[in-house]
Design a protein around this ligand. Sequence first.
Ligand SMILES: [Zn+2]
Ligand SMILES: [Zn+2]
Length: 216
Amino acid sequence: MPIDAERVRPAVLLNPLAGDPTDADSHIGGPMLWPIDDPWPHCDGSAHDPSSGGEPFVGAVQLYRRDFPELPFPDGTDVLQVFLCTLHHDLPNGYGPDVRLVWRDSTTVFELIEEEPEPSEQVEQYVPTVNVLEPIRFAEHGDKVSGGTKIGGWTAWSGPVEFPCVRCGAVQRQTLSLATHEPSGEDVEWEFGDAGNLNVLTCPEDVTHPVAVYVD
Ligand SMILES: [Zn+2]
Ligand SMILES: [Zn+2]
């Protein structure tokens, strides 16, 4: 693994707190800003363990650019929507939910979906409670990695790992980490791995390239 010269990276703890967000808010587990004429994301079921049918993804996290300008929003987008397929999927180092990112322009959404589709079955440990976010910005040192839900910063690797982008080969970068336990003690009540984190890495060249998902 090449030595990373920049040992300090900006990071934002999302700091979730139980609340009642709307689709116009940044949140975990709340309603998504989803247009009525856009097909809701579905999992094809091919990576399920054990294999079962395709299920709708579940809206897990929504982050507006006005609240989280640190995220690598592509031009013309202002909200990141994170979806989970809440069934066990085989991941590089174990299993966890599958992750889908949607980078959206909220100003083009006029008529919303009436009801978000619900999966016929879910693994309870991957289903979040409903939370608003009270972000805390900090500089994260590579040797002292926060275990909370955050954007940016470092991945709490149990060993040195790099994920090259399957599309272009660039080394992917830590973008979002969803945590079993929050520093505040106000957990979202989902659990990843052995009380660990679900880390989502994106391509630094193009965030619409396929993400890497790693449970630590
Ligand atoms: Zn799935
Ligand atoms: Zn790429």
